[in-house]
Design a protein around this ligand. Structure first.
Ligand SMILES: Cc1cc2nc3c(=O)[nH]c(=O)nc-3n(C[C@H](O)[C@H](O)[C@H](O)COP(=O)(O)OP(=O)(O)OC[C@H]3O[C@@H](n4cnc5c(N)ncnc54)[C@H](O)[C@@H]3O)c2cc1C
Ligand code: SF4
Length: 479
C-alpha cells in the first residue's frame, strides 16, 4: 500500500465524457482519458484491504490492489503484467464493464469507491501506446488441435490461452469479421473496433488461425470439426432474442435490436447496407422496449442517426435512486442508473406493458401501452394491468431489446447433440466446462446465458484450462 492516508486525503475523480451536443455528432468513443498523474493519485486511494472485496466483485479476479499500488508507484510496466495475468483483454473491460468491482470496493460503503475501471483502462492503454503488449509465442507445440466456435470475448480468450499453451487453435466464426458482440452489437462509441483488430494481430502471431464466414452447422458441417480436432469449444453466445407476441408485431418498422445495431457497426466499418434491408432511426419517433445495455445502445445509435424522439419503456418498476448499502454491499445493487446514452436525450418510463402495435399501410405508426401494478403474491412478484391507464405513443420504429433467451439450437447444437440445461443453455459445469458429448466443451453466454463481457473472458480462460487438462493430463494455465 503506497499511501496509507490516500483514501482520506484524495477525493474520487473519474473520466469525464465529451459534451452531449458534441459527442452525438459522431460515433467515436467520447470518454476523455485521465492524465497519468491523476490516475496515480486515484491509485493511491486504494486501502489494500485485508479482505479485498473488489476481488470478490471481479469475475476475472483481477489483482486490483496490486496494480492500484503499482500505478501509484509509477511502475506501469509491472502493473500491466499483473493486469494481464488475470485478464486477456483489459482494454475491453476497461471500456464497457459495468465494474462490479467498484460496487464491491470497501470505499463504496460511503459512495466513493476506487476508480478501478479507469485505472485498468489507463494501464492497458499505456501498455499498447508504449509497445509493451507483444505476442506471447509458445516455446513448444503439443501437436494437439482445438477448434473454437464463436469469436466473442469467450472464444477469443479461450483461443488465446490455448495457443499460448502450445495447441494448434482454429477459431471459427459465422460472421464476416471477428469479435462477436464486441464487433457487431456494442456500438463504436462505447468501444472502437480497432481495439479488436490489434488483438487479432497479436493472436495470429501467437498461432491462432481465424476462420470467419464459417457457420458451423450450416456452411461447415459440425461433424467435420469432430473428425478433425482433438477438442472443440462452443462459444457461440446466446443469440435467440426474446420476442414480443402482441398484435401488430409483424408490421414494418418493428425490429429486434440485433437487426438494427450491427448495421451501424457495419456502416462504420465501411460496408454498404442494401436499401431494402436498411433500418434507420433518422427523423423517426423511436420506441425502445427493454431497459438493459442493449436498449441503451439502441438509444445512443438512434440519437446519432438523427431520431425525432426516443422513448424507452420498461416492464419492471423504477428502481430506487439509492440502494441501502447495509443490505446490498458488496453485491451489485438494484438501483437507478442512467447510461451515457440515456443521458443524451430520451424519455424513460417504467411499469409499462405493450398491448398492441398499430400500423398504416403495413408500417408501424403507434404503440398502445398500459401501466402495470406489481404486487407480491405468494412470495413472488406478479404484474397487474391498471384498468384505465392505457396510453398511446407515436412510433415509426420500434426496437425490441428485451434480452436473449438461450443459444440458437438449430444447426450447431442439434447436429452435435449436446444436452441443454433447464434454461436452454448448453449443460456444463464451471469445474470442467465439458458438455454431454466427449471432447466438446463450452464457455461464455452459450453456457451461462446472456451475461457480460467480463464473465465471457473468465469462462473462456477457465474452459481453456479445462481443455488443456483434458488433452495433456495437467495444465499450467491459470483458472
Ligand atoms: C447490444 C449489446 C450490448 C452489450 N453491452 C455490453 C456492455 O456494455 N458490457 C458488457 O459487459 N456486456 C455487454 N453485453 C453483453 C456481452 O456482449 C456478452 O455477454 C458477451 O459478448 C458474450 O460473449 P460470448 O463470447 O459468450 O458470445 P458473443 O459475443 O455473443 O459471441 C458469439 C459468437 O459466436 C458466433 N457464432 C454463433 N453460432 C455460431 C456457429 N454455429 N458457427 C460459427 N460462429 C457462431 C456468433 O456469430 C458470435 O460472433 C452486450 C450485449 C448486447 C447484445
Ligand atoms: S476493496 Fe477497494 S480499497 Fe479495498 S483493496 Fe479493493 S480497490 Fe482497494
Amino acid at each position: 500500500m503506497g499511501k496509507p492516508t490516500g483514501f482520506m486525503e484524495i477525493s474520487r475523480q473519474d473520466r469525464k465524457y465529451m459534451l452531449v451536443a458534441d459527442r452525438t455528432q459522431h460515433f467515436r468513443e467520447f470518454v476523455i482519458p485521465m492524465a497519468d498523474e491523476e490516475v496515480r493519485k486515484q491509485g493511491a486511494r486504494c486501502m489494500d484491504c485485508g479482505i479485498p472485496f473488489c476481488h470478490q466483485g471481479c469475475p476475472v479476479n483481477n489483482l486490483i490492489p496490486d496494480w492500484n499500488d503499482l500505478v501509484y508507484e509509477d511502475n506501469w510496466r509491472k502493473a500491466l503484467d499483473t493486469l494481464h495475468s488475470t485478464n486477456n483483454f483489459p482494454e475491453f473491460t476497461g471500456r464497457i464493464c459495468p465494474a462490479p468491482c467498484e460496487a464491491a470496493c470497501t470505499l463504496n460503503l460511503n459512495d466513493d469507491p476506487v476508480t478501478i475501471k479507469t485505472i485498468e483502462c489507463a494501464i492497458i492503454d499505456k501498455g499498447w501506446q508504449s509497445g509493451w503488449v507483444k505476442p506471447q509465442i509458445p516455446q513448444h507445440r503439443t501437436g494437439k488441435r482445438v477448434a473454437v466456435v464463436g469469436s466473442g470475448p469467450a472464444g477469443l480468450a479461450c483461443a488465446q490461452q490455448l495457443a499460448r499453451a502450445g495447441h494448434a487453435v482454429a477459431l471459427y466464426e459465422k460472421a464476416d469479421r471477428i469479435g462477436g458482440l464486441l464487433r457487431y452489437g456494442i456500438p463504436d462509441f462505447k468501444m472502437e473496433k480497432h481495439l479488436i483488430d490489434r488483438r487479432i494481430a497479436q493472436m495470429q502471431a501467437e498461432g491462432v488461425i481465424f476462420r470467419p464466414n464459417s457457420h458451423i452447422g450450416r456452411n461447415v458441417p459440425a461433424k467435420k470439426l469432430l473428425d478433425e480436432y482433438d477438442a472443440i469449444v462452443l462459444a457461440g453466445g446466446s443469440e435467440q432474442p426474446r420476442d414480443l407476441n402482441v398484435p401488430g408485431r409483424e408490421l414494418k418498422g418493428v425490429h429486434f435490436a440485433m437487426d438494427f445495431l450491427p448495421q451501424q457497426n457495419r456502416r462504420l466499418a465501411g460496408d454498404t447496407i442494401a436499401e431494402e434491408s436498411c433500418i434507420s432511426a433518422q427523423d423517426k419517433h423511436v420506441i425502445v422496449i427493454g431497459g438493459g445495455d442493449t436498449g441503451s445502445d439502441c438509444i445512443g445509435v438512434s440519437i446519432r442517426q438523427g431520431a425525432a424522439s426516443v422513448t424507452q419503456i420498461e416492464i419492471l418498476p423504477k428502481p430506487p435512486v439509492k440502494e441501502n448499502k447495509g443490505l446490498t454491499w458488496p453485491h451489485w445493487p438494484n438501483k437507478m442508473r442512467t447510461s451515457s446514452s440515456q443521458e443524451e436525450g430520451c424519455e424513460r418510463d417504467w411499469c409499462v406493458a405493450t398491448q398492441w402495435i398499430e400500423g398504416e399501410n403495413g408500417q408501424v405508426k403507434r404503440i398502445h401501452c398500459v401501466r402495470l401494478d406489481w404486487r407480491q403474491e405468494g412470495g413472488r412478484w406478479v404484474m397487474h394491468e391498471i384498468h384505465g391507464s392505457e396510453f398511446t405513443l407515436p412510433a415509426d420504429l420500434i426496437l425490441l431489446a428485451m434480452g436473449f433467451v438461450h443459444p440458437v439450437r438449430e444447426g450447431l447444437l442439434s447436429d452435435l447433440g449436446v444436452k441443454l440445461d433447464e434454461r436452454g443453455n448448453i449443460q456444463a459445469t464451471t469445474v470442467n466446462y465439458q458438455t454431454s458429448v466427449d471432447k466438446i466443451f463450452t464457455a461464455g453466454d452459450m453456457r451461462r446465458g446472456q451475461s457480460l463481457v467480463v464473465w465471457a473472458i473468465r469462462e473462456g480462460r477457465q474452459a481453456a484450462r479445462a481443455v488443456d487438462e483434458y488433452l495433456m493430463g495437467s495444465s499450467d494455465l491459470p483458472r
